[in-house]
Design a protein around this ligand. Sequence first.
Ligand code: AHM
Ligand code: MG
Length: 329
Amino acid sequence: MKLEQSFMDFMLHHQERHNRSYKFLALMEAIQAAAKYIQYFYQTGSLKNLMGEAGFTNVQGENVMKMDDIADSIVLHYLRRSNQVICAITEEEPDPVVLNEDGGRYFVYYDPLDGSSNIKHNLPVGFMFAIAKRNLDGPEDNHLRKGSELRAAGIYLIPNGVFTLALAETGVFRFHMDETMTYVIPENAERLIMPENPKGWELSFNSSNRRTFAPKVLEWIDEHEPKYAFRYMGALAADFHRLLSNGGMFMYPAIVNHPKPAKNRPKGKLRLLYEANVAAFIAREAGGMAIDEEGNEILDIEPEYVHQRTALYVGSKPLVENIREKLKG
Ligand code: AHM
Ligand code: MG
């Protein structure tokens, strides 16, 4: 009989090795409990009529799905119970949700169910999160942290049962759900590094938007597209998941040439705090990088407001650097 190392065991050893507090473990346990509940609701949702629209829109004007709403309530419940979180910023709530202002140690940014258009097909979605820590000395006054200050970020791919976790200055690790719904790390699994060999690289973007991109982005695509396989699932969590193992680049460029100008998105579609930063942080810990439309590193962007959007180019460093030259040229 072969038994693998559980996620909690992995984390306990990590915290001990680095002489770190158990508060982070309490937070990770809460996040993982939430992920398992979301997994359960997602797997059984079609049988309970839970995969449709909720009948209202969020602060960003998007139709909320019942599952978005359920997943958000689950995450908030476990974050609150953990007593470790000062406040949470979620895609589904207009303002930061204050949880434990006095005793909390962390800020959590999350998208409870990324890839909403996949829900009604039971296709992969992701619970994406990022964690920053309060100032331990002096008063805490800033919940809008830039990505370079994050301590961890992760993606639970649902219902696939794979969890990717990036820890600051440590690396990226993947855990798989076993028969007992325990996340385990396969024996001898090493930290995940994006492959350097361009042979297996992939490109991922919404190709039907291409005529709306800036001319230089389109030029870059025309030149480079033939070299790589094209993959797009329509959920950053899922598209980025495979890109991390295969290498290449995911992009959601600014929409600047839409035939209906009102539909332009000069800042792209994805949200900085709980989508772009999560992918960028994981990419950095796996040897990759991420930039915006101006070529700035995503992790260096100072957030100005909660649901701020950004264009995103994330993936293997040489490819992202290559498009950066084009964007800056
Ligand atoms: P969501 O958080 O409401 O699901 O929206 C974000 C999603 C990303 O997962 C995905 O990369 C993108 O939107 C897909 O957008 P599009 O349908 O324009 O290709
Ligand atoms: Mg999302």
